[in-house]
Design a protein around this ligand. Structure first.
Ligand code: DX5
Ligand code: ZN
Length: 224
């Protein structure tokens, strides 16, 4: 089943609980939270205290996408705050295997993220230990950017690898997911669809979430 993961990056930060409720009513089943440190990416967002507050606003899995350096230092704080899934960038982790183990040891689902310019073949050895692989379809740092088409090949490759290796990781895609791009990522094999601007950027998040999810389900052959 494909799932929609609304990204709160484009939500109204003064009304996060209401925004999440609306996206949830529209069919969102995972809440994607972008954590940026101003070093790994050229933007700053939020950290564990906000995750802790969001934990009270929803029962849905909190999918924390860490765009930070020194992720190991902050993993205990995210666990304490109530994060469920934690993804770290291949490009930001010097000891990726250690970091993924640390996330699992803290009772959270570990995941790895690749930037558009990173080959997914580099991930082969850690695929058995991840809950999902997150393919960035824009360069991380900002919402509302345009989808980069060559990232579809990464999704296809991860889909093939999953079958070849007999693994069960999920394939998440993040960046530029909108009504005009969602079908192609689903057809390529993605099953966790992050959308920020398309859900929260134009008002009516419930309606926009519902429309996006419907388009994804049609592309997946789950509904007519
Ligand atoms: C970008 C973030 C995304 C962002 C996607 O660095 O990782 O999660 O919210 O935003 P849209 O859907 O607006 O491209
Ligand atoms: Zn993200």
């Amino acid at each position: 089943m494909v799932e929609l993961a609304p990204s709160i990056l484009s939500a109204d930060f003064s009304r996060l609980a209401e925004e999440i409720e609306a996206a949830e009513r529209g069919g969102g089943t995972v809440i994607h939270i972008d954590i940026m440190d101003g070093h790994f990416v050229p933007n700053i967002t939020l950290g564990p205290p906000v995750v802790k507050s969001l934990r009270k606003a929803t029962k849905l899995p909190l999918d924390c996408h860490l765009m930070i350096e020194n992720a190991d230092e902050f993993i205990p704080a995210f666990a304490e705050a109530g994060a469920n899934w934690v993804s770290v960038h291949y490009e930001a982790c010097r000891h990726l295997h250690r970091t993924l183990e640390l996330i699992a040891q803290h009772g959270m689902e570990p995941a790895v993220v690749v930037n558009p310019a990173t080959r997914v073949n580099l991930l082969v050895d850690v695929l058995p230990m991840v809950h999902h692989v997150l393919v960035m379809s824009v360069n991380p740092g900002f919402g509302g950017q345009s989808f980069i088409p060559f990232t579809l090949d990464k999704i296809r490759r991860l889909h093939e690898l999953r079958r070849e290796l007999g693994l069960g990781y999920r394939i998440e895609v993040d960046g530029g997911i909108a009504p005009d791009t969602i079908a192609q990522v689903v057809e390529a094999g993605a099953d966790l669809l992050v959308a920020g601007n398309a859900v929260f950027g134009h008002g009516h998040p419930e309606k926009h979430a519902r429309e996006l999810l419907h388009a994804a389900r049609v592309a997946a052959g789950e509904v007519a």
